[in-house]
Design a protein around this ligand. Sequence first.
Ligand SMILES: *Cc1c(COP(=O)(O)O)cnc(C)c1O
Length: 223
Amino acid sequence: MTKEIESSLAEVNQKIRGALARSDTPDRAVNLVLVSKVFPAATVEAAIRAGHRRFGENRVQEAQEKWPPLREKYDGLHVSLIGPLQSNKVRDAVALFDCIQTVDRKKIARRIAMAMQESGRSPELFIQVNTGGEAQKAGVLPGDLPGLLDYCRRDQGLAIAGLMCIPPVDEEASLHFALLRKLAREAGLERLSMGMSSDYELAVEMGATDVRVGRAVFGPRPS
Ligand SMILES: *Cc1c(COP(=O)(O)O)cnc(C)c1O
């Protein structure tokens, strides 16, 4: 397993470098966030042993079980929350994660600010944008982004690093990546978390600074 993960990780990193070279800002850094949700700690460890340190999880509780033991064993791990955040899980999320990519409403922003004050921790924060306006999907609607950003920055004193999106499955991802980039530029934000296994190269070509890739490195998720 370790060998396979090592070689698929190298391949994905190689493709990211190629896509970066083709983009209009080839000198920026691109973070590969390996999405380890559902995979057991043993699978994650294969990637850690191959030298990778940056991971993403979509559930607070699963991450709480998986990551503290790994942090005991390995230095320099960076774990992002990429799934929806409920207000009753905010304190746990702030305690555990190095980055929260799914801030999408005022109540969550307020709770995060409180939890950061209490704990003295300050994870990086991204706002998730529902670029497709899908009813079932988390994220702030593009039109409501300026108000939420203002609230985070001015009312709650939160530094926002960038924007994140998950395009609708049945639409051209490039339209959503372009929209996210435009919104970030208008808001003066540098980081763009976009692109998954099926479209991370396109996302990097279009300006992503953070791609979230699971299956392309770990293979199909266990059900
Ligand atoms: C699962 C997940 C990913 C990774 O998806 P793959 O298709 O395995 O690359 C990326 N982003 C989010 C928000 C996810 O939930």
